[in-house]
Design a protein around this ligand. Sequence first.
Ligand code: AMP
Length: 364
Amino acid sequence: MSHRHMTEEEDVLPDYDTDIDEVHPNQESADIRALKIPSTSIATVHESGFGEFLLKAELQRAISDCGFEHPSTVQHECIPAAILGRDLLCQAKSGMGKTAVFVLSTLNLMEKEEGKHITALVLTHTRELAYQILEEFNRFTKYLTHIKAKVVYGGVPVTHDKKELAEPPQVLIGTPGRVLHLVNEGIVNFKFVKHFILDECDQMLEQLDMRNDVQKIFKNTPHNKQVMMFSATLSDDVRGVCKRFMHNPQEVYINDQAKLTLDGLQQYYVNLAESQKNRKLVNLLDSLEFNQVVIFVSTVDRAKALNSLLESEKFPSICTYGRMDQDQRIEKYKTFKKFGSRIMVATNLFGRGVDFERVNVVFN
Ligand code: AMP
């Protein structure tokens, strides 16, 4: 458990040259497992089953309902420490099962008599990812019906959240801006928080305004709590910042940080003039045998225009972007996740952490 006491001087943002004992992931340390595993994601599983973690029976049942047979490497490495309430800093690529680490461990530690207080707070940088985390909590609370999880994010009227949170859930997931707003308005109370979790923490801690929000939220939580942070990438700088929120964390680094590409992933590029791009894309979509495709574009206008073009060419395409109405944005996410459309044109909302398991081709 963390016993971090933030002092007055720490009201300012943490700076980078802290006095924390920096330990490089590649250095030998009892606490650090710098594992180099093939990143064929979830397929890298352990012989042992989930039974070894001695989780609650209700969780074991939900795990087997989800069809999870063996823990993935990140789960194998992190869950034992996490279920003891230890602080955790974990870097592992998307798709390796990081979400289940904090979902299972917090649910396992949650006690029945904790009642109607927010005891676990999860922050992440995008609304889609927040929603995806909610779904993971919902899956695993199938037999823990007294535990509720709720999600909050911008783009939705605050009055809606106020109504929803009149009965506080034990788990609150949200984006930093909205969560801070709700704290400032006195709509949520974090006095009972025991687990403070940042998913894709670098995305929040690298952006000064978001980091500021995260820090203010953190200060509204009790000193004694478990802090867990996860990220697909973690620079030395951000790692230092993360550790300022923690007390003697277990550090787990899966995969060589310098390696930016996933094994098994093939990348191609074509040099094209702007005017040739649409035609080439349509030709590729015609000739490639894809399951689901995501096409990333840089602007909202381009997303709309490309989606219209694809629709006019009779491709099953939908699009999503930041300025879209929030309900619609989640609706698009759900449609695509459920295979309701084969092609998604998106601005970088889905760039990190969001898991569409059927996608096998991505255009940038
Ligand atoms: P994540 O990296 O947390 O986004 O997880 C990626 C996907 O893998 C999600 O759809 C999870 O439900 C799934 N998953 C996580 N852990 C396991 C496991 N041990 N066995 C099978 N699937 C898993």
